[in-house]
Design a protein around this ligand. Structure first.
Ligand SMILES: *[C@@H]1O[C@H](CO)[C@@H](O)[C@H](O)[C@H]1NC(C)=O
Ligand SMILES: *[C@@H]1O[C@H](CO)[C@@H](O)[C@H](O)[C@H]1NC(C)=O
Ligand SMILES: *[C@@H]1O[C@H](CO)[C@@H](O)[C@H](O)[C@H]1NC(C)=O
Length: 577
């Protein structure tokens, strides 16, 4: 079975026929499903160098670019499954490119939206124009699906849709407070066994270190001396890994929304804890700025209708109170054609997700306000249905994206079994009651992920890089705290420069500013590295609508563009199942 699986997705040196390539990309786009809100990951233990990685010796010309989706070009690159094995079978990495609009192109800029499990092809399809405008058209914007993701040898757990529907009919995707943990864990264990059995010849080769080698193969195949890269969220771990494995190849590299690489590559529960230190602050800020904005701009800004108070504030206390209330009071929604249920986890997921981007705050405030007012789930219908639909493997086939990387990049020696894991998780749930449970219970799967990575990278993080790396941390980031960017700057000992972006939401996109937009542009376009201690102040308050045509720089980039880019990046990060 496994052999068959491999052969099916393995293509030899010659680039595949155009038809097949385009089909593969189409399916990647269709599989743009997002699931729970994880930006997940965790990584691993030592042994950074493999003694004799095979040198592929690509040259420019190994690509066959075909026009696709109007203005894009699509191609693939054959890479070995196992970089240690010179006779390793190969498979095709899926690529998409939007060419530079300037004649003086600075070459390819590889992008990764995070995840793990986010599709770079999908990101560029959705937001290639915006990324291009961001760099004044000076780069070819190149998205690739990391191995195991999207059109790049997707990890499939079932033969067909019928089989997966049968399996999924028995699942409980969310663990609500008070639910039976053992039942939930049993489902995840079965899922892990199913996916591992179907993919066991490939799963040891999907660690972040292997993806970093693919990036270097791409650099080589593009005929470049240096790699230019822009990674968000988990993409910062991928980037930190790349620049330390290939320090001589570092061109312009931006890591935006830095996760702590030492905890990501360490104990899973500890990584969850260190990631969520500002999540509840985000909720408090949501509440405080809602109150200040008033009822016209934030539907929850009405003290008389509040359900709870902490004295000074009422919005955040009301939301916390209401989420607690929903545990034992699920809601129905209905219109004449559809009926359904809103569970506490749906509402918690929607609220947590909204903390990624301040532009979503008014919409989410309105949904909660309507829900509290009517005691029906109707206002949540779209949130829930949207999310269910995005979980598209339900319909087509069931595939996994985040877990295969997350579970082998990190360790769980401290919490090797369910009991100790849940005990560890109690601490994480104290750090953030909202997010600790959502992340932690989904990641239970790692306990059962019996796969040994072929290679892992867990530092050291202080290799002297050819060029300085730009590290961006947002002060209110709910999942990649600003402290992690500062920490990586220290770890990199001069090879990275930390830029502090004052804003809420995830990465500098969560609440963009002209100032940080310019720092990014100047770094990528002019090679200008910010001074140590670089900072940009917040320019707009949450709930205060910015003119959507407000321009950022000379290229025509607007605040609406940046909000669309944030949506594209964040939705790619939220793959979980
Ligand atoms: C790339 O192209 C060169 C020249 O055509 C060829 O020798 C080489 O084997 C190709 N590499 C890969 C990985 O396909
Ligand atoms: C190397 O790859 C080949 C082809 O897939 C396989 O037959 C062989 O067992 C691999 N060798 C090792 C040491 O993994
Ligand atoms: C019920 O809600 C769904 C989803 O929003 C919508 O597509 C459908 O048109 C609605 N039906 C009615 C009768 O309003």
């Amino acid at each position: 079975m496994e052999k068959q699986q491999l052969d099916q997705h393995t293509v030899s040196h010659t680039p595949t026929a155009p038809k097949r390539t385009v089909r593969a990309i189409v399916s990647a786009a269709a599989l743009t499903c997002a699931c729970a809100y994880l930006f997940s990951t965790s990584i691993h233990l030592g042994n950074p160098e493999i003694s004799n990685p095979i040198n592929i010796g690509y040259k420019e010309g190994n690509f066959t670019w075909k026009k696709c989706y109007d203005k894009y070009e699509c191609s693939t690159l054959a890479v070995p499954i196992d970089y240690k094995n010179s006779s390793s079978a190969k498979f095709n990495l899926a690529l998409i490119r939007l060419k530079a609009t300037q004649c003086a192109s600075k070459g390819p800029l590889f992008v990764n939206p995070g995840g793990p499990g986010g599709s770079g092809v999908d990101l560029v399809l959705r937001a290639g124009d915006i990324l291009s405008k961001h760099v004044d058209g000076y780069y070819d914007i190149v998205g690739f699906d990391p191995r195991g993701v999207g059109a790049s040898n997707t990890i499939r757990c079932f033969e067909d849709g019928t089989e997966s529907k049968f399996f999924l009919a028995n699942r409980n995707p969310y663990l609500s407070p008070g639910d039976n943990v053992a039942n939930h864990a049993a489902w995840l264990e079965a899922q892990a066994k199913q996916c591992i059995a179907k993919n066991k010849d490939f799963l040891p080769y999907v660690s972040t270190a292997s993806v970093a080698r693919d990036i270097d193969s791409l650099r080589d195949a593009f005929g470049q001396e240096l790699t230019n890269y822009w990674g968000f969220s988990y993409g910062t771990f991928l980037g930190a890994t790349y620049v330390n494995m290939f320090p001589d190849r570092v061109g312009r590299v931006i890591l935006d929304g830095v996760t702590d690489p030492t905890t990501f590559s360490g104990e899973l529960v500890n990584w969850i804890k260190t990631s969520l230190i500002h999540t509840e602050d985000g909720l408090d800020e949501f509440g405080a700025t809602c109150e200040a904005a008033g009822p016209e701009k934030c539907a929850l800004a009405n003290r008389d209708k509040a359900l709870a108070f902490d004295g000074q504030h009422y919005v955040a206390p009301t939301l916390r109170y209401y989420l607690n209330h929903l545990i034992n009071n699920p809601l129905l929604f209905s219109n004449t054609s559809t009926q359904g249920v809103v569970l506490q986890t749906h509402a918690a997921n929607a609220l947590f997700a909204s903390l990624y981007s301040v532009s979503s705050w008014p919409r989410v405030a309105k949904a909660f306000s309507d829900t509290i007012e009517t005691s029906t789930g109707n206002a949540f219908y779209n949130f829930v249905v949207e999310k269910e639909n995005e979980r598209c493997p339900l319909v087509e086939e069931y595939s996994l994206t985040a877990m295969p990387v997350l579970c082998i990049d990190g360790t769980h020696h401290d919490q090797p079994d369910l009991e100790s894991y849940m005990k560890g998780l109690e601490e994480a749930m104290k750090v953030s009651p909202l997010a600790g449970r959502l992340w932690g219970t989904a990641m239970i799967q790692c306990i059962y992920w019996d796969v040994k990575p072929s290679e892992r990278f867990a530092g050291p993080w202080n290799h002297k890089t050819q060029n300085k790396v730009l590290l961006i941390g947002a002060t209110g980031d709910p999942v990649t705290p600003v402290e992690s960017a500062a920490k990586l700057e220290d770890l990199m000992e001069g090879s990275g420069v930390f830029h502090k972006h004052h804003g809420w939401g995830h990465c500098s996109l969560g609440q963009p500013s002209k100032c940080t937009t310019k720092v990014i542009r100047d770094y990528l376009v002019d090679g200008k590295v910010p001074e140590k201690g670089s900072e940009c102040a917040m320019e707009d308050l949450p709930f205060e609508p910015t003119a959507s045509l407000q321009r950022f720089g000379d290229s025509g980039l607007t605040s609406q563009d940046l909000s669309d880019l944030a949506d594209a990046v964040h939705s790619a990060q939220r793959r979980m199942w």
